[in-house]
Design a protein around this ligand. Structure first.
Ligand code: F6R
Length: 614
């Protein structure tokens, strides 16, 4: 994530940029910065941490000028620090850039520019852009930006300002959101509408491959190839709060719908072409372990809490089946008190969206104390977990605001798939063809999630029927059981309806006694190898009067329809990847159940987003 703003007009830009950034802090708050042309030169102020730190800096030394750009950062490349903060400049400090996204080939570009004498001060991918634009500049900033964009791969929304042409501000969009606000004698750039809503309700929403040239008096729109385009002005009639949720009623729903983007971003730059033609492989430069160390791992402990623990359960299945390493999972609050057996060949993986959960952090410290190497999967760069772990895979879910985790969980699944394939490759546990096949299937997941989201209305009806019940069950086998546990937790935490997740084969050992006429059972049945067995378990509950809602693979509707009362089909994928799809309908059912019951969806009772007490 990250948020960017820009202003050109006749008012002092500093206040306008800071106000815009305040509205974008939800997109990240690792650092903030602005660059303003003060009439003579570009001046930059930036500061690690929240926007308040930057404001404090500016209190003593304000920037005055009528054109500027600003940024609030969600760190991806390089830790949160003053020097890694945006805006970034070139060596002459004549060009400044703010960026939201990831430049996949930045190392390659950096090496080329360094060979020409460019000196870099930060660890970021963004700094490469300011140098690249400076390098290509021949008197026309628009042409320089277009030429730079042609060399860049990845996702980006950019605002570029040069002191050579302070009467123009350039905005470019490629797979990261960007809007242009149209004012009277002034114009604005924002990562989203709330950033500029105070000043104008008329906006252009840029599409991928489009750019805007802003002056005080107008906005010219063109493609990054240089062709002029015209666009309808979008008039915003939402209030500010609705705008912050991008038009969704709740952050949870917005975050559910952000999952296709989160999947793509978590894979971006990590799935690359292999050496054989048409093959794919995983690169994880963030893992510092040598191939020898990776091969020496004998067992893995995965430790996490709540939803992150449910991701760990899938992680176990993934690492065991792809990399063939024995894995144990633990809830973090238990791990350190059970005197775990850790040897020098044990790898401990901690999973935490926030990277601040006290139990997870304590487990991490215990593992390190016992001499284990710790790998973290977290969503927050600079969090305690990310600082203390030896290796860190950052999921690219972006800030998660709703207490109920959705996009962070599914991004953790993507991280596990990538890690499993990476380890399998290094340890020779999978053929190259199999790795390619899994990665190709993973690349289809974002679109498949979109297909599920397009059927949200069906799930809304299911949820409205479920809320009439006091209690319900989720069942499944294998990874379906792990997803059932996540579905059950999601429903409990925001609808307050009692539910239990059970391994489908285990019901008959006691819990079946609770099944009576009309009790809803949500049954996941996506694993080919376990199909017959799970179907028998479904029959056990229907025979006792349960009302069964099946989550199945598409293509099996007609054969399963006689065994269940209602069903929802997910698109076909590999059995190991189904959790990344099958959890989506469960998230939507929970959301709509909570909504139907009139609960505070984003802030459920008794819970907090980040649990920093043990
Ligand atoms: C449930 C939920 C929690 C968290 C748990 C761990 O929706 O979000 O169960 O998963 O509190 O939090 P993190 O991942 O921040 O360590």
């Amino acid at each position: 994530m990250c948020g960017i703003v820009g202003y050109i007009g006749s008012r002092d830009s500093q206040g306008i940029l800071l106000e815009g950034l305040k509205k974008l802090e939800y997109r990240g708050y690792d650092s903030a910065g602005i660059a303003v042309f003060d009439g003579r030169k570009l001046e930059v102020r930036k500061s690690q941490g929240r926007l308040a730190n930057l404001e404090e800096k500016l209190d003593g030394q304000p920037l005055r000028g009528y054109v500027g750009i600003g940024h609030t950062r969600w760190a991806t490349h390089g830790k949160p620090s003053d020097v890694n903060s945006h805006p970034h400049t070139d060596n002459s400090s004549k060009f400044s850039v703010v960026h939201n996204g990831i430049i996949e080939n930045y190392l390659e570009l950096k090496a080329q520019l360094a060979a020409k004498g460019h000196q870099f001060v930060s660890e970021t991918d963004t700094e490469v852009i300011s140098h690249l634009v400076a390098d290509l500049y021949q008197g026309d900033i628009v042409q320089a930006v277009q030429a730079a964009v042609r060399q860049m791969r990845g996702a980006f929304a950019l605002a570029v300002l040069t002191e050579y042409e302070p009467d123009r501000l350039i905005a470019v969009r490629y797979a990261s959101p960007l809007v242009i606000g149209i004012g009277n004698g002034e114009n604005f750039i924002g990562s989203d509408i709330p950033a500029i809503l105070e000043h104008t309700r008329d906006v252009y929403i840029l599409n991928d491959g489009e750019m805007a040239i802003l002056t005080s008096n107008g906005v010219e729109l063109l493609t990054t190839d240089g062709n002029n385009i015209s666009k309808e002005i979008f008039h915003v009639d939402w209030d500010l709060l609705t705008a912050e949720k991008a038009g969704f009623d709740h952050f949870m729903l917005k975050e559910i719908y952000e999952q296709p983007r989160a999947y793509r971003d978590t894979m971006m730059g990590r799935v690359i072409e292999g050496t054989e033609e048409g093959s794919l492989k995983v690169q994880l430069p963030e893992i510092g372990m040598t191939d020898e160390q990776l091969r020496a791992i004998r067992n893995i402990h995965i430790v996490a809490c709540g939803t992150a623990h449910h991701a760990a359960l899938i992680g176990k299945a993934v690492l065991e089946s792809l990399a063939r390493i024995p894995v144990e999972t633990d809830v973090a609050s238990e791990y350190r008190y059970r005197n775990p057996i850790i040897t020098p060949e044990t790898l401990v993986i901690v999973v935490s969206q926030s990277g601040e959960t006290a139990d997870t952090l304590a487990a991490l410290r215990e593992a390190k104390r016992c001499g284990a190497r710790v790998l973290a999967i977290t969503n927050v760069v600079g969090s305690s977990v990310s600082r203390e772990a030896d290796d860190v895979i950052i999921t690219q879910a972006g800030p998660e605001i709703a207490v109920a985790s959705t996009k962070a969980y599914t991004s953790q699944l993507i991280a596990f798939y990538l890690l499993g394939l990476y380890m399998a490759d290094k340890r020779g546990a999978c053929e190259q063809a199999q790795i390619t096949m899994v990665l190709q299937a993973m690349q289809q997941l974002p679109e498949q999630v979109e297909a599920i989201l397009s059927q949200a209305n069906v799930l809304k009806q299911t949820a409205q029927a479920l809320v009439k019940h006091q209690s319900l069950f989720f069942i499944g086998r294998g990874v379906d059981y792990a997803v059932a546990q996540e579905g059950s937790l999601k429903l409990k935490e925001i609808s307050y309806i009692h539910s239990e997740a059970y391994a489908a084969g285990e019901l008959k050992h006691g819990t079946l006694a609770l099944i009576e006429e009309g009790v809803p059972v949500i049954a996941l049945i996506t694993q080919d190898e376990l199909y017959e067995k799970t179907l028998s378990n479904i029959k056990e509950v229907t025979a006792r009067g349960a009302y069964v809602f099946g989550v199945i693979n598409s293509g099996q509707e007609s054969e399963i329809s006689q065994s269940v009362d209602e069903l929802f089909a997910i698109p076909q994928t590999l059995p190991l990847l189904t959790p990344a799809l099958s959890v989506i309908p469960l998230q939507l059912i929970s959301y709509y159940a909570s909504l139907a019951l009139g609960n505070d969806v984003d802030k459920p009772r008794n819970l907090a987003k980040s649990v920093t007490v043990e």
